[in-house]
Design a protein around this ligand. Structure first.
Ligand code: PLP
Ligand code: MN
Length: 368
């Protein structure tokens, strides 16, 4: 159930109740503008990933700056966006099971909705759902371009699956999904370049083999915040799927030559105990900030280090002279932005210290 917002427009940030998810609007808008400016000369389009922001409001701000649509990972995210007026959505993932596919097919009546497949059985199920709903669904073939997560082998196996899709009267062949997830956080530029050079090469080969069989790829999609410039320069990809660039996080900041975006997302927390010498405790533990990619950083307070997270407590080590006061509100930089957003109902949009807007995080939660 959506909780009431933790703030009201016009409040100062210090008055916002905690834990709360703060979006620094100046930094956020600068990130959207920067991505649009970086991609414009390449001719490659942005289909930003909404698994990060889970918000039709943010989707529409990205599209106002030229994004052609949105990616999502789950049907529930596609629903939140389509019901919020987003017209063009790619589920950059597999969807299995009649109930979910029926929901997906129902959405295809109000938005352009495409989905990925890496198995002939999925294609049969998607076609059945599309037929039952009286719609035609574009299906992209996902290839494994190096991450060994999902995707058929590039080359003949991908071509065979594409031919099955193209042969169905209820489907359209939508192109290739070729995302290299594990390349995003490879720390050195050289490692990222090598991974995406390989991904681009196997993708290029598969596009060519499809063309020889008379199948054009309307979309060749991939690329996240860590590598998008490489996919965009490859001459193979037509769409970039970056999501985290809008917010950033401490893990992306640890990349050497990190992506050129500002930290815009913070968890605001309150110092609730300082009973132990050299320690301060925040009301933001791992239920308030994701720790799967490392602990959060305390923003703008160099003498404070977040050293452990329990359910509702975040423990800080305090250097001499850096002690916060009881009740102080501190901004945390999350280790990983996407699952942190998923813990909140609202973005509290802040500009220069004052709350400007509250946006619902409509697609949050575990529903698939
Ligand atoms: N595309 C796909 C298929 C993904 O799974 C992800 C993230 O895991 C992304 C794009 C976006 O990645 P990022 O948020 O790192 O930009
Ligand atoms: Mn992520």
């Amino acid at each position: 159930m959506l909780q009431p917002p933790p703030a009201e427009p016009g409040m100062m940030e210090e008055e916002v109740d905690t834990p709360a998810l703060i979006l620094d609007l100046d930094a956020f808008e600068a990130n959207l503008d920067a991505m649009a400016a970086l991609l414009a000369p390449t001719g490659v389009k942005l289909r930003a990933h909404a698994k990060t922001h889970k918000s039709a409001v943010i989707a529409r701000l990205q599209m106002a700056r030229g994004a052609v649509g949105q990616c999502v990972q789950k049907v529930a995210e596609a629903e939140a966006l389509a019901w919020g007026g987003v017209p063009d959505i790619l589920v950059s993932n597999q969807v299995v099971g009649a109930a979910k596919l029926a929901r997906l097919a129902a959405l295809a009546r109000i938005a352009e909705v495409a989905v990925c497949a890496d198995d002939p059985l999925q294609v049969v199920e998607i076609a059945a759902a599309a037929e039952a709903a009286g719609v035609r669904i574009p299906v992209l073939v996902e290839i494994d371009c190096g991450a060994s997560r999902c995707g058929v082998e590039p080359g003949p196996e991908a071509v065979a699956l594409a031919e099955r899709i193209a042969a169905s009267p209820h489907l359209r062949f939508g192109g290739l999904q070729s995302y290299h997830g594990s390349a995003q956080h490879k720390r050195t530029p050289g490692e990222r370049e090598a991974a995406i050079a390989h991904a681009a090469e196997v993708t290029r080969r598969t596009v060519e083999q499809l063309r020889q069989r008379g199948l054009d790829c309307p979309i060749v999609g991939g690329g996240g915040t860590g590598t998008f410039a490489l996919e965009a320069a490859s001459g193979v990809y037509t769409e970039i799927q970056a999501g985290s660039y809008a917010f950033m996080d401490a893990d992306y900041a640890r990349n050497e030559a990190p992506p050129p975006f500002r930290q815009s997302l913070f968890v605001l927390s309150t110092v609730m105990s300082r009973a132990i010498p050299g320690v301060a405790v925040l009301d933001a533990g791992h239920k308030a900030v994701a720790v799967d990619s490392g602990l959060p950083l305390v923003h703008g307070r160099p003498g404070l280090r977040y050293v452990s997270a329990s359910d509702e407590h975040g423990k800080l080590l305090v250097e001499d002279g850096a002690a916060p006061a009881l009740g102080d509100k501190l901004r945390l930089v999350p280790g990983h932005c996407d699952p942190t957003v998923d813990r909140y109902d609202w973005y509290v949009g802040v500009r220069q210290g004052r709350v400007e807007c509250l946006w619902p995080i409509a697609a949050r939660g575990a529903m698939a």
